[in-house]
Design a protein around this ligand. Structure first.
Ligand code: CTP
Length: 406
């Protein structure tokens, strides 16, 4: 989705400038045209040549450059931008923007642009918490600037606190979300589940499964990137939070069911990519079960967990995933009927390049009337995108029949 998008990357004078080089590199690798605009103080921290080399494009540093092609670079940049990202943003640039001051190429570009502006602040905790900075931030938020809150951790001053530049993954995610706001799922609310559940046996053991959460996260990301408001309900996973997605973390099937019941209010679709445990221990021991007490043999009574897809009812689209090891399509179609689904994604989890833990998947998407689309091996992100193509069509309002009047 970043292919051929023009991203103006504003870099201001914080030691976190070096991270902006990585951001410029990743945005460029994702296909964007990245035009870097640096303030004088940023150019003291990092040489413009670094950005020139990473983006393959001119870096703008001086408003008074008489050799520049257009003569008024900041206006050309302001008009060409699909999005402006300032990372890192100092307290100073935030104050200038809030006051409408346009004293250099970057602030002139921001003042002149109609494109959305994303600001990722980086500064010492004291400067960030200062009420003047916070007032400036509030003022800009009111004017629809998107802020990416700074993180907590080690700061250049040697202190630990709030003020670190948000991580590059979060900034990239926010760029994608902002660019996708007018996508074909704009105005829709989509609930996605991901990962496996853990059913506790005792305080240290659980029944779980091999799900990594990658497929569900890819689905949530794809829905976000098309403008949907997304709630992601996920079992334990090592995957980082997705920017711009409401994340609800759960452990057990019962907790997932409760979270889904709450989230589906007012939603347009429920997509269950989670590998929900089908059984849970009948009781959970309050203390660690001792090996000796079990006498060398152990039987664990299990009871069924609720079937979330079957039991969650409403006017939203219901989409399931079928993890199968044999008779894939037949089993998936049966699940579709039993759980009354609008779509089901069937995958063979025995193939090494498909299913659990890996980044790729080979699936078939089965729709109404059993119409089946067999997809070749592709990344989970691509599978998610193909699924969203189908969902976007199904959620599109149907045109009123001809001659229809109210
Ligand atoms: N699912 C669910 N609640 C459960 C179990 C599964 O909502 N307790 C959902 C999954 O998220 C998935 C779909 O149902 O979208 C199919 O899950 P799968 O594990 O393939 O099938 P099961 O219904 O568990 O049947 P079986 O284990 O017998 O294949």
């Amino acid at each position: 989705m970043l292919t051929n998008k023009t991203i103006v990357l504003g870099v201001t004078g914080s030691v976190a400038c070096y991270k902006a080089a990585d951001l410029a590199c990743k945005l460029t690798q994702a296909g964007a045209k990245v035009d870097v605009v640096m303030t004088d103080s940023a150019a003291k921290f990092i040489n413009p040549l670094t950005f020139r080399s990473l983006t393959g494009r001119t870096v703008f540093t001086d408003m008074w450059d008489t050799l520049s092609a257009s003569g008024v670079d900041h206006i050309a940049l302001a008009e060409a931008a699909d999005v402006v990202v300032i990372a890192p943003a100092t307290a100073n640039v935030i104050a200038e923007l809030a006051a409408g001051i346009a004293g250099d190429s970057l602030t002139c570009t921001v003042l002149a642009t109609l494109a959305p502006v994303i600001i990722a602040p980086a500064m010492h905790t004291g400067m960030w918490r200062n009420s003047i900075t916070q007032e400036n931030v509030a003022k800009l938020k009111n004017r629809n600037f998107t802020f990416i809150e700074p993180g907590y951790g080690y700061l250049a001053s040697g202190c630990i606190g709030e003020g670190r530049l948000a991580d590059i993954y979060t900034i990239m995610g926010t760029v994608r979300q902002v660019l996708g706001r007018t996508g074909n799922l704009a105005g829709k609310k989509i609930v996605v589940t991901a990962g496996g559940t853990r059913e506790p046996i005792d305080p240290v053991r659980f029944l779980g499964n091999r799900s990594s959460g990658k497929m569900g996260h890819a689905v949530a990301e794809a829905a976000r990137d098309r403008g949907a408001k997304v709630v992601l309900i996920t079992g334990p996973t090592v995957l980082p939070d997705l920017a711009g997605v409401d994340i609800v973390r759960v452990q057990t099937a019962v907790q997932m069911k409760q979270a889904v019941a709450k989230a589906v209010a007012g939603s347009d679709a429920l997509i269950m990519a989670a590998a929900v445990a089908d059984f849970q221990p009948q009781t959970t021991s309050a203390q660690k079960i001792k090996k000796a007490a079990a006498g060398g043999k152990m039987t664990l009574p299990l009871v069924a967990t609720p079937d979330i897809l079957t039991e969650t009812k409403g006017r939203f689209l219901k989409v399931g995933f079928a993890a199968e090891t044999e008779d894939i399509l037949e089993n998936a179609k049966e699940k579709m009927r039993n759980k009354q689904l609008d779509l089901i994604v069937a995958n063979d989890v025995t193939a090494p390049d498909s299913g659990f833990e890996v980044d790729t998947n080979r699936v078939s998407i089965i729709g109404p009337d059993s119409r089946t689309e067999d997809l070749p091996l592709m990344t989970k992100k691509e599978v998610a995108d193909r699924l969203m193509d189908r969902i976007a069509v199904m959620l599109k309002p149907k045109p009123a029949p001809k001659g229809h009047t109210h």
